[in-house]
Design a protein around this ligand. Structure first.
Ligand code: VTB
Length: 334
């Protein structure tokens, strides 16, 4: 991978973001996702690369586009692996709530963990706490460590947790330390990345979300120097999700073994989930969020706000792009 890819990758998430933003608030989560998928795929094909989707919309038989293993790009050029989530937080987009975005991570061939479609226990924290907080420690211990590393009393820390039945005890434990809980209905990728920046008001992400998106969060936090650890969740009693109705722990363990995961309890560090020599993370806001605004449609242009984090040049770029319409006559400065 080289730096010329950064601009191309930015355009990929911008196009996906614009496509699904047209459906914001329409209550059509599948359609919003499909629009983002199609736009993302179309733009990806124009890039000179031998691209491959390692995390996408699902297996080939269930996803016509951006399925796992799909080759994308012109077919010549560098080998690049992608983990994509064209419309992260589809419910947020469908209901016009904050925090949905078009997002992806890219790396050299083999540089991203092929995460199974399971759940993942996650711990994300700022660079100052990297390697000090630990997913094996209790929330109470981690909050104490965070407090020391960030120089903030527990009462001034904000811990983001997905608002799910499975987190009832976790939320109780966090509150007992004095730290503040910010429950979110969806969109733990944005929350994880927000931990990598000071000033977002988000100090830590704890709890269980989807594993594939964990890889995307890991890529961003690795590039930012932040903390991310993930551990697969295979026990339906822990995940407490209707998605796993009828599945058993033993069955899930067997599925993982089939996928070649021999140690299902392994804790993966960010540098293992995104192990390539270089990683690029890119996201465009669909709706307004913590890190950037959503897509704004104006008479003469469409405005997108994005973030690209790259180890290729050690940058985190916050970009606003004005996509000028034909015959535009007046484009506001901001
Ligand atoms: C979603 C989504 C998250 O995890 O909730 C999902 O909003 C899985 O959790 O951003 P549920 O099945 O309990 O809804 C994420 O997609 C990413 O980790």
């Amino acid at each position: 991978m080289d730096r010329t890819l950064i601009q191309e990758i930015l355009e990929v998430v911008e196009q996906a973001g614009i496509a699904s933003a047209k459906l914001t608030g329409m209550g059509l989560k599948n359609e919003a996702d499909a629009a983002a998928v199609e736009a993302m795929r179309e733009r990806m094909y124009k890039i000179q690369m031998q691209g491959r989707i390692v995390i996408g919309e699902g297996e080939r038989d269930e996803a016509p586009m951006l399925y796992i293993g799909e080759e994308v790009g012109s077919g010549t050029g560098p080998g690049v692996d992608f983990a994509v989530d064209p419309c992260e937080g589809t419910n947020l987009c469908a209901n016009s709530q904050r925090g949905s975005m078009a997002v992806l991570a890219a790396s050299d061939r083999g540089g991203l963990f092929n995460a199974p479609d399971f759940y993942m226990k996650k711990l994300a924290a700022p660079p100052a706490a990297k390697g000090k907080v630990d997913i094996n420690k209790s929330a109470t211990e981690n909050i104490k460590i965070l407090s020391e590393c960030l120089g903030l009393p527990a009462e001034e820390l904000v811990i983001v947790v997905m608002d799910r039945a499975r987190h009832k005890d976790l939320i109780k434990e966090i509150r007992a330390t004095g730290a503040r809980v910010q429950p979110i209905s969806d969109g733990d990728v944005q929350a994880a990345i927000a931990c990598g920046f000071a000033g977002t008001g988000t100090h830590c992400l704890m709890g269980i979300g989807a594993a594939p998106e964990g890889v995307i969060s890991a890529a961003a936090l690795r590039a930012l120097g932040g903390h991310f650890q993930g551990q697969l969740v295979y026990d339906p009693a822990v995940a407490q999700t209707s998605e796993w109705e009828g599945l058993t722990k033993e069955g899930n363990l067997a599925r993982l073994a089939e996928m070649g995961i021999t140690d299902p309890d392994r804790v993966y560090e960010a540098s293992e989930l995104a192990c390539g020599e270089n990683v690029v993370f890119a996201a465009t806001g669909i709706t307004d969020g913590l890190l950037f605004d959503g897509v704004k449609f104006e008479k003469d242009c469409t405005r997108t706000s994005s973030l690209v984090i790259s180890t290729l040049d050690n940058t985190a770029r916050f970009t606003t792009t004005v996509h000028i319409k034909d015959g535009a006559q007046s484009i506001a400065l901001r």
